[in-house]
Design a protein around this ligand. Structure first.
Ligand SMILES: Cc1cc2nc3c(=O)[nH]c(=O)nc-3n(C[C@H](O)[C@H](O)[C@H](O)COP(=O)(O)OP(=O)(O)OC[C@H]3O[C@@H](n4cnc5c(N)ncnc54)[C@H](O)[C@@H]3O)c2cc1C
Length: 438
């Protein structure tokens, strides 16, 4: 089959790889100059099956406060919770499958993406412990390994934790990891290219026409000035990508494909609107700060060893190689240029609570990223209901979902597009597709 993928974030690169691994001819269209340039750029980098589902803000009514986002979510769910439990179970099965697929690919492709094993959910009070236990049941039923820890046990898992912090306890997810999502996406791009995938960077998809074949209009859209995106090009001192892998003509071009898979994250809405699809998608944005970890000989355990998640503040702390990253402050709407002072203060407060002094306050990189969310917090995966158009969207629904689901969702979708084989190992994703909104 000839397959087009729109978007080269974590969803797009993994889908391209899986489709090419099945022998299809794949072209990826990406409006930016590189992979993982938007929502997958500097996210927290936490992959833990089920973490978001069990303890993300949208699923924690007792902790969610009065934010518009949480309120809207609860209202939607109250009205349409039919089979929500079934869909959550299928999502957890997909999360576990995805975790296994990620590990399989990591070993097979010998990928090194600054990963560190384990994610610790930090609980500040008895109330949070009770809320965490409710989420734990969901994970245990699905076979996700999660261990409740005392404050002392938390310190043995993460010896750099502030011993004076008011820590009530924690939940340790041994299958979880912290790592560099952007670096992983780059490695997947290389692996996909080896399988013959073509990447068209600086190429914006303008429109889609369903059918057999389905058609796609794209346009070469180079940045007016390559210095316009300095922060995106300079993460961790990396040099910019080579850019487009093929010469592109100026003006709109139409091309036909057997299947078009939309992995366009927050950019998907523009493409879906003309197709009149009911997706119940909206956009949220969040923030991260990344800086080098302070190195002190007398305190070798300064800073986190792997990933942590502060349940109350909904902020994650991750070890990314020799750097430390804090991410959170999720709000409705698209990311803007402005970095909110209150969010910056929250991220620094969480750092001071748990790892005071661990971050070198020089070379702090600030980032804002947007992603699409579905009203029920679950991904949108499968046929779109329009001939030849497929969806791999909204994996980051309550954050912390995008990477843990990416490899499994990509494998499952590749099989659906090509016609599922009876011996397929990918789990059933019924109910995670668009039909739940129609
Ligand atoms: C602060 C923060 C922290 C987070 N932490 C985590 C975490 O720890 N773990 C986790 O799993 N997830 C996390 N997430 C969520 C995660 O970042 C997203 O779920 C994930 O990166 C989305 O990947 P994607 O490929 O769907 O979208 P993106 O990475 O945004 O990729 C979509 C791509 O499509 C391109 N595109 C869009 N429209 C077009 C078009 N018309 N033509 C061509 N190209 C187009 C865009 O340029 C973009 O590159 C976090 C998010 C935020 C904001």
């Amino acid at each position: 089959m000839r397959i087009a993928i729109i978007g080269a974030g974590i969803a797009g690169v993994t889908t391209a790889y899986e489709c090419a691994a099945d022998g299809h001819q794949v072209i990826v269209f990406e409006r930016c100059g590189s992979v993982a340039a938007e929502g997958s750029f500097a996210n927290a980098g936490i992959t833990a099956p089920g973490l978001s589902l069990a303890w993300g803000r949208a699923t924690m009514p007792g902790l969610s406060g009065g934010s518009k986002l949480a309120w809207g979510w609860r209202r939607w769910r109250a009205g349409r919770s039919k089979d929500l439990a079934g869909r959550q179970e299928r999502l957890l099965a997909l999360g576990l499958f995805s975790h296994a697929r990620l590990q399989e690919l990591r070993r097979k492709l010998q990928m090194d993406y600054e990963r560190a094993e384990g994610v610790l959910v930090l609980l500040r009070s008895e109330r949070e412990q009770q809320a965490a236990l409710a989420g734990l049941g969901l994970l245990e039923r699905a076979g996700v390994s999660a261990q409740v820890l005392s404050p002392e046990q938390c310190l043995s898992v993460e010896p750099g934790l502030n011993p004076d912090a008011r820590l009530h306890g924690g939940v340790h997810l041994s299958q979880g990891e912290a790592g560099n999502c952007r670096q992983f996406s780059h490695l997947m791009r290389i692996a996909a290219q080896r399988l013959g995938v073509q990447f068209r960077f600086h190429t914006t998809v303008r429109g889609l026409t369903p059918g057999t074949p389905a058609r796609l209009t794209h346009e070469y859209t180079p940045p007016p000035d390559s210095l316009a995106e300095p922060s995106r090009l300079s993460e961790a001192g990396e040099t910019p990508d080579a850019g487009d892998t093929r010469p592109a003509s100026i003006g709109r071009t139409e091309d036909s494909f057997d299947a078009i898979i939309i992995c366009a994250g927050a950019g998907a809405a523009h493409l879906l609107r003309p197709l009149k699809l009911k997706t119940a998608l909206s956009t949220v944005h969040g923030y991260s700060i990344t800086a080098p970890l302070r190195q002190l000989e007398a305190f070798p355990d300064l800073g986190p060893r792997a990933g942590l998640f502060d349940l109350r503040q909904q902020v994650s702390i991750s070890r990314i190689g020799q750097r430390i990253r804090l991410a959170g402050g999720i709000e409705p709407g698209l990311a803007s240029e402005r970095f909110k002072d209150s969010t910056l203060a929250l991220l620094h407060q969480v750092l001071d609570d748990w790892f005071p002094g661990a971050m070198l306050n020089t070379q702090v990189q600030r980032w804002q990223g947007s992603h699409a969310i579905a009203a029920d917090g679950l991904p949108l995966l499968g046929a779109s209901g329009r001939d030849g158009i497929w969806l791999n969207l909204a994996q980051g629904s309550a954050t912390l979902l995008g990477w843990p689901l990416a490899c499994g969702a990509a494998r499952a979708l590749a099989e659906q597009v090509a016609g599922r084989k009876p011996d397929s190992a990918a789990p059933d994703t019924t109910g995670l597709d668009i039909s739940r909104f129609t």
